[in-house]
Design a binder for this molecule. Structure first.
Ligand code: NAD
Length: 298
């Protein structure tokens, strides 16, 4: 693996974390997003992440300064990838947006660039053709708060070149990840094969009025010893991502309960800008969510 220049497309919740983590580990990182407003939002997260790395990883100010020097920003896609060894795509979890993105990218990226999708629920084979380079395309999936929950699931599709797979595995290790290879395509990888059913079971209990979010979280936390319940996790993941996942499922299955869940999330959370930790409120209020209160489980 001789990657040096890495481009991150999409600088939202996950994209910017990937950019920061990669720059922190010495790679040259270009952050691409669709407009200046999105990039300004990303830049504003820099100092918060720097503080988090100092607190959680004992990072020095010198390391944070170097991270800053390794990061550049652009809204011009051709400029963003002109020298990229690897592009990691973290644009919204929407098949139409991703397909459109890959088609545009295929036109401007140099031949050497490997493309990796960070999609949580969509399979790389779905976009392989749009990339124009199926053998140099695979999934590299991170978890939220990647400097602490540093898992990287690496998953090819049938046409991914094994050398590309091994290079991306080595890259993941080089940026401090626990690299987790999957032997075949699996919707939701390992993590979300476990997590998504848990989160949808929790929202089902809420939408069918069986119990409120705090009671559901308390049950899960006390009974399993987990530090966070499903609604706490939903706030971290971002309710918009959960909403998008449910929306795709509802459109596909026309399942009544799924449709009800989508409407419920829209009315009570999305429309009120209660998107989770990122907007200061979701199922809990931040920065001090009730579930972190020592008395929460009493
Ligand atoms: P987000 O909505 O926070 O960020 C998406 C970003 O993409 C925004 O900055 C937006 O401006 C930008 N964008 C929109 N259209 C674009 C385009 N055409 N080209 C480039 N950028 C564009 O989303 P997110 O939560 O960071 O999720 C991004 C991807 O990462 C999704 O595929 C999601 O499944 C995956 N992911 C998310 C999480 C999570 O916990 N949020 C975890 C793992 C993986």
């Amino acid at each position: 693996m001789d990657y040096k220049n890495i481009t991150i497309a999409g600088s939202g919740v996950l994209g910017y974390q990937i950019a920061f983590q990669t720059a922190f580990h010495g790679f040259h990182v270009t952050v691409y997003d669709i407009n200046d407003e999105a990039l300004e939002k990303a830049k504003a997260k820099f100092s918060d992440l720097g503080e988090a790395y100092k607190k959680d990883l004992n990072a020095t100010q010198q390391q944070i300064d170097r991270t800053s020097q390794n990061l550049s920003y652009t809204t011009d896609l051709a400029e963003a990838v002109k020298d990229a060894d690897l592009l990691i795509e973290a644009v919204p979890e929407n098949p139409a947006i991703k397909t459109d993105f890959y088609k545009k990218l295929a036109k401007v990226a140099p031949e050497k660039t490997v493309f990796a999708t960070n999609s949580s629920t969509l399979l790389p084979s779905q976009f392989a053709e749009a990339t124009g380079r199926p053998s140099k395309f695979l999934a590299l999936h991170f978890a939220n708060t990647i400097w602490i929950h540093n898992t990287a699931e690496i998953m090819g599709h049938a046409q991914t070149d094994p050398k590309v797979f091994d290079d991306v595995l080595a890259f993941a290790k080089a940026i401090g990840m626990l690299a987790l290879p999957l032997h075949k395509e699996q919707p939701g990888y390992i993590l979300n094969s476990l997590l998504v059913p848990l989160l949808s079971a929790a929202t089902r209990l809420l939408v069918t009025e069986v119990a409120d979010p705090q009671t559901i979280d308390k049950t899960w936390m006390k009974a399993t010893g987990a530090p966070t319940g499903p609604f706490g996790i939903l706030d971290i993941v971002g309710i918009m991502t959960a909403y998008n996942i449910d929306k795709i499922a509802a459109e596909k299955t026309q399942d009544e309960l799924k449709i009800k869940t989508v409407n419920y999330l829209k009315e009570n959370y999305i429309d009120k800008n209660k998107l989770g930790v990122s907007t200061g409120e979701g199922f809990y209020k931040y920065p001090n969510p009730a579930y972190k209160d020592p008395d929460f489980l009493k």
